[in-house]
Design a protein around this ligand. Structure first.
Ligand code: ADP
Ligand code: MG
Length: 872
């Protein structure tokens, strides 16, 4: 490295400051990448890797892309999870003395995108930060803070947590593109779940408390961070995040206007597993039909689509708030005309949040401004359409309505209706907006007219009819004369360029006009650019107002969309209250009933009514519909609490504080635990966090171990879930039909089974949930349905017969106060050989004993029992 060119030295200096990003180094019309960056990028972008100065040894690997095609290449690198630092030439190469000055103007990371072509409209693009007392060991961390931000929409929030599971739960909901952590933690054992999201380690300085506090204070213009709400770790995370985003954007973050603390007490808690098992939102970025989100998404704006996702993942707890939403949905449900008119208007509204975001971050193009104007133009019409709405939520929306007139007028008066893509192309600012600009343009026009004059005049003077005055980028204005006419040119023509069949000239007069014209053009461009920036700035001052209208549009869109789904799929408005009863008449699984278009979905009733009916044991053969039924109940509860109508004929939902699911036994192997271990870990979590207000779905627990182990564990868990110590509303599906005996011994446990009909040794699934336990498991018939060979089915039947002769007899009566953690109860004595003590007790007639006799007998029995105990 003895001889480094000045350019390479500049490159290396810049690269040193951005080691974690691919550096796009602007050289002329290209972005160049060198060294490791070039190797990495050329592979991902599938472009040629060459080298600088091939003749030498240790030559530098190099690849490059044309600047005008950059966005496509950047998209690919971001998709691959990389960050890109864009380094521009920040002075005019023509004027630079020596090496052109270059600066990184923006760092693009997956979590800080604002380009519409890199974002999906109906999804937020969050970057998150987690903070705790970094000095203490990770597993000891108690007080944790989370902050997350969608730069493209300005959505910035914080949440606090007492443990990692809450952090995991929040992260699962927001599904961040990146989580930032201080680099000092790199290499340390991070909680397992962090692997699900890309981590970007940042300078530890970003997480220094004094610094984060100062940053928050100056950004939000407040005297004390207490004004923001939230506790220390959450604010630390928020400050670090703000610092990180400022560093990537290199501009003021004008669209980040508030920091909202999460009111976790107002939301149903959804364990990440429940979120996955109930298939609420797609788990991969590809998007999947078959999720509740996909089913319910009839929104027509990006803002409504994003809000839907939030409503699904954050159902409410307060019946009053839920009813508020229901009433809004109901008013669109009842009025088809209103719903249609509103949705037709909303459809034409662009993504106001992201538009104002780009405007505030100085990234908006002229066409973005026009899109904003056209959307704003619809606001008064929407307001008018809704004027008769009476639902409180809609009335409230209308009361604080803002037509954003100033923004409309500004754009309308300043920007032409159909501007070019870029301000650089010119012709963006409307006539009449800036008198000086109009004057320059008039002058330019006159100049052009003078050129026509020159053409006519020169034709007359030279007698060359084909003489033309023209313009090109390289040579400017010229007079063109074809080869055959060259002898006619006057002596004052100065040769500019020679072509094969013609020559190009200029004259003093032409040169004078040209100077004027190019001067005017320069001045016009500068004036348009500065006017555009000023307009953009003025609009950014209205960011708060635009954002608040965006929220209203989202609410209208979403409630109307929910009405639309309810109408099309025949849903009903549920009664939601503080009670603990869940009563569903003819409930259906919302997603499955749509997927099974041809085969009719069989509706089923549900009654959970604590304390008398709080745990339902569901039995029935495999494939009967147990899992479907349980999920259907959970989905109906969840839909009710998000404010939606539900797939049922009638429903009453006593609000649920948390939904837990333990479903299936096949996942999570990737995390290196055995299936059974995973199952039991999850079970422990559920039992620890559930409350009497929770809804628990347990599907085939105990499957991962031996039959008797599994059955015993399932038995004990069912007892515990039902007992007064937990008493949660529970649905318990099991293929161990022995568990149906639990119902006999416990007041609140009821048996249900999915009915099947046996016909000629075959089974027909009726999909009907009926009271009572299933008598057998029909496993062999199901196996036959699945196509197992006849001789195997035959043999299986024989084996089954033998096994059934030694059937398992479980302990029928559990201890009066089931206690999972006490010593196991002594096994009940086998009925066949009753103990002599019992034998003696049977013969006693208590009514005919004196107290003294009774005492005597009791003493003898006690003595005998002690002797028995020693023997055993
Ligand atoms: P199990 O858990 O009892 O093994 P599932 O709930 O997985 O059974 O259901 C098996 C299949 O039966 C489902 O994939 C679905 O196609 C169908 N099914 C379940 N419930 C119904 C229903 N109520 N109506 C119609 N088809 C159903
Ligand atoms: Mg099942």
């Amino acid at each position: 490295m003895a001889e480094v060119t000045p350019l390479m030295k500049q490159y290396l200096d810049t690269k040193r400051r951005h080691p974690d990003a691919i550096l796009f180094f602007r050289v002329g019309d290209f972005y160049e990448m060198f060294y490791e960056d070039a190797v990495t990028a050329s592979k991902i972008l599938q472009i040629a890797l060459t080298s600088r100065d091939k003749s030498k040894e240790n030559s530098v690997p190099l690849c490059g892309i044309p600047y005008h095609a950059a966005s496509g290449y950047i998209a690919k690198l971001i998709k691959a999870g990389l960050a890109v630092a864009v380094c521009e030439q920040v002075e005019d190469p023509a004027l630079a003395k020596g090496l052109v000055k270059r600066e990184v103007v923006r760092i693009i990371t997956p979590g800080t995108l604002i380009e519409p072509e890199l974002l999906s409209p109906k999804e937020n693009n969050y970057v998150a930060a987690v903070a705790w007392d970094f000095a203490s060991p990770l597993e000891k961390a108690k007080s944790l803070g989370l902050a997350y931000l969608d730069l493209s929409t300005g959505d910035f929030r914080i949440a606090s947590a007492d443990g990692w599971s809450e952090i995991e739960s929040e992260l699962s909901k927001i599904d961040p593109r990146e989580v930032i952590l201080p680099a000092s933690l790199e290499g340390k054992e991070a909680p397992l779940f962090f692997r699900r999201w890309p981590i970007r380690y940042t300078a530890p300085a970003l997480f220094i408390p004094e610094r984060t506090e100062a940053l928050l204070k100056s950004h939000f213009q407040i005297h004390s961070v207490a004004a923001l709400g939230g506790d220390r770790p959450a604010l630390l995370a928020a400050g670090a995040l703000l610092g990180h985003v400022q560093e990537t954007q290199k501009t003021a973050l004008g669209n980040i206007l508030s920091l909202r603390p999460h009111a976790s007490g107002e939301q149903m808690r959804l364990h990440p597993l429940a979120q996955r098992h109930l298939e609420l939102v797609p788990t991969s970025r590809e998007g999947a039909p078959g999720t509740l989100l996909h089913l319910l998404d009839r929104t027509v704006t990006a803002m409504g689509g994003r809000l839907l996702r939030e409503w699904i993942l954050r159902p409410l707890l307060s019946p009053a708030k839920i009813i508020e939403r229901q009433e809004a949905v109901a008013s669109f449900y009842d009025d088809l005309l209103l719903r249609t008119r509103l949705r037709n208007l909303l459809e034409k509204i662009s993504d106001l949040e992201r538009l104002i975001g780009r405007i505030s971050l100085k990234a908006a193009h002229p066409r973005d401004l026009v899109a904003l104007k056209e959307s704003i133009a619809l606001l008064p019409e929407i307001h008018k359409a809704l004027s008769s709405a009476t639902a409180p939520l809609l009335e409230e929306t209308l009361r604080s309505w803002d037509n954003l007139d100033e923004a409309y007028r500004l754009i309308e008066s300043a920007i032409v209706p159909e501007p070019p893509l870029s301000i650089k192309e010119g012709g963006v600012i409307r006539e009449g907006y800036l008198p000086q600009l109009d004057e320059l343009r008039r002058f330019q026009k006159e100049g052009r007219a003078m050129l026509t004059q020159v053409e006519l005049q020169e034709r007359r003077r030279t007698g060359i009819e084909s003489l033309k005055v023209r313009y090109n980028q390289v040579f400017g204005y010229y007079i063109e004369v074809s080869e055959s006419q060259l002898k006619k040119i006057p002596p004052d023509y100065v040769r500019k360029q020679t072509l094969t069949r013609a020559e190009r000239f200029t004259t003093d007069e032409l040169r004078r006009i040209e100077e004027k014209l190019t001067g005017a053009e320069e001045a016009i461009r500068a004036m348009e650019e500065s006017a555009f920036e000023e307009i953009r700035h003025d609009l950014s001052l209205m960011a708060g107002r635009v954002q608040s209208m965006a929220k209203k549009v989202a609410l209208l869109d979403l409630t109307a969309a929910l009405a639309e789904v309810a109408h099309q799929n025949n849903y009903v408005c549920p009664t939601v209250n503080e009670g603990r009863t869940i009563r569903i008449v003819e409930g259906r699984h919302p997603v499955l009933e749509q997927l099974r278009a041809r085969e009719r979905f069989v509706p089923n009733d549900t009654l959970l009514d604590p304390p008398s009916q709080r745990l339902l044991i569901l039995t029935g053969p495999n494939m009967a519909g147990k899992s479907t039924y349980m999920r259907q109940v959970a989905l109906i509860v969840l839909m009710a609490q998000m404010g939606s109508f539900v797939p049922a004929r009638e429903a009453t939902i006593g609000v649920v504080d948390q939904i837990f699911t333990r479903v299936g036994a096949q996942d999570a192997l990737s995390e290196g635990m055995s299936t059974f271990m995973v199952e039991m870990t999850e079970m422990a979590q559920i039992l620890r966090h559930a409350t009497p207000r929770s809804l628990i779905l347990l599907d085939e627990i105990g499957r991962g171990t031996s039959t008797f182990d599994g059955m015993s564990i399932a038995w004990a868990i069912a007892e515990h879930a039902h007992s007064d110590r937990l008493g949660a509303r529970t649905l318990f599906a099991t293929h161990y039909h022995e568990l149906t005996q639990l119902a006999g011994a416990n007041e609140g446990i009821r048996n249900y089974h999915v009915s099947v009909r046996e016909w000629n040794d075959e089974i027909i699934f009726l999909r009907r949930m009926v009271e009572g336990g299933a008598d057998k498991s029909y496993g062999i018939q199901v196996a036959r349905l699945a196509g197992l060979p006849a001789e195997i089915i035959h043999r299986a039947k024989a084996v089954l017969k033998q096994l059934e002769e030694n059937a398992w007899q479980p302990a029928l009566s559990p201890p009066a106060q089931p206690d999972l953690f006490a010593a196991p109860p002594a096994p009940a004595s086998p009925a066949a050989e009753t103990s002599p003590i019992v034998e003696r007790l049977r013969k006693i007639d208590p009514m005919n004993l004196t107290p003294l006799q009774a005492l005597q007998i009791l003493a003898e029995l006690a003595e005998e029992a002690r002797r028995d105990g020693k023997k055993g």
